[in-house]
Write a protein that binds this ligand. Structure first.
Ligand SMILES: [Zn+2]
Ligand SMILES: [Zn+2]
Length: 341
């Protein structure tokens, strides 16, 4: 049975499973417009997920062939995975923020071996031990998800209303989790008249219970030094200020009182930064910092792939401290170490 929830006033969600993932589902929102249903995200590219999406659309009284457009919050495969199939089945347009379209284009064009070499070099520079890096250098044909994601055919322009007949849906650019993440603000009265301003489709930016991963915007061709955590904290303040009556996130469940959730997340990152400063009383590499930061389990129990994600998250926090002038790289150190100032 498809899991469909009616959120009122022409908005429903379909729970589309993510195989082998503790998050369980992506909530794909189905927004009725005068030209047919528009989806917010599509879900993971997997046969069971496709069945859940198409079955869910049928339970909503429509069909995948009727979909008019697809609005993608960000490029991750649990959000954008099925976009190609939906477009093929319906002729729908697919819209995404330009910064994430660039990521998609790069993913399609970059040969997998180049990614592995790039990741291996990055981890070495972060001070990862050779036994951690060696498997990346040895791998030939990586099986990574979403290596050929659909190239969107429309750009989501921050601050503008999307072209949805009969609805007011405004794009709010919320970089941090990815460089082109957007939230979508439905500027219409809440169907149950909850206090606040409309409803916010928050993607992975603002979730109940869990904090989204904030790592680096990995790009082998970009040698600028972005500050994703700084972007994320700014974006959080921005959506908190919208004061939506209800948040409709891409995982877990809808919730109210966005400003207090924003506050919790800001506090969480502030605590991590403070903890990090304590660790940097002694100069440490990114890897040594990651080993000592608090995760959802002891470092020794963190599986290989998740360690890479943790290193990226540690580096995003270090970068924020450097930008704030609270830490600096020790000159002449290699692999580079950081110290509190
Ligand atoms: Zn994501
Ligand atoms: Zn997600």
């Amino acid at each position: 049975m498809p899991q469909v929830t009616d959120h009122g006033a022409g908005v429903r969600s379909v729970a589309v499973p993510i195989p082998d993932n503790p998050l369980g589902h992506t909530l794909v929102y189905v927004v009725d417009t005068d030209r047919g249903p528009v989806l917010i995200d599509t879900g993971w590219d997997d046969p069971a997920s496709w069945d859940a999406l198409t079955g869910g659309l049928a339970a909503c009284g429509t069909a995948v062939g009727e979909v008019h457009g697809v609005v993608i919050t960000h490029h991750h495969p649990d959000h954008h995975g099925l976009s190609a199939r939906v477009r093929e089945a319906s002729g729908a347009w697919v819209a995404m923020h330009a910064a994430d379209i660039s990521v998609v284009r790069r993913t399609r064009e970059t040969e997998p071996g180049r990614w592995l070499a790039y990741m291996a070099d990055k981890l070495t520079a972060a001070g990862a031990p050779e036994e951690h890096v060696a498997p990346l250098r040895a791998a030939r044909r990586p099986r990574l998800p979403g290596l050929s994601p659909a190239l969107p055919d429309r750009e989501i322009v921050p601050g503008e209303l999307l072209d949805l007949a009969g609805r007011r849906l405004r794009a709010i650019w919320t970089p941090g989790h990815t460089p082109g993440h957007v939230c979508l603000h439905l500027e219409e009265d809440h169907p149950a008249r909850l206090p606040g301003h409309g409803r916010l489709f928050s993607g992975d930016h603002l979730l109940p219970r869990i904090t989204p991963h904030i790592g680096l915007y990995e790009d082998p061709d970009d040698d600028t030094v972005p500050d994703p955590l700084g972007d994320y904290l700014d974006s959080l303040e921005r959506v908190g200020g919208l004061g939506p009556a209800e948040v409709l996130p891409a995982h877990l469940h809808p919730f109210t009182d966005a400003p207090s959730r924003v506050r919790e997340l800001l506090d969480h990152h502030e605590e991590r930064l403070t903890g990090l400063l304590t660790l940097l009383g002694t100069p440490r590499t990114v890897w040594q910092v990651a080993e000592r930061m608090e995760w959802n389990r002891p470092w020794a129990d963190i599986p290989y792939g998740s360690r890479n994600i943790a290193v990226s998250e540690a580096e995003a926090h270090l970068r924020r401290l450097v930008k704030l002038g609270r830490a600096e790289a020790v000159t002449g150190s290699g692999p580079v170490t950081y110290v509190a100032v």
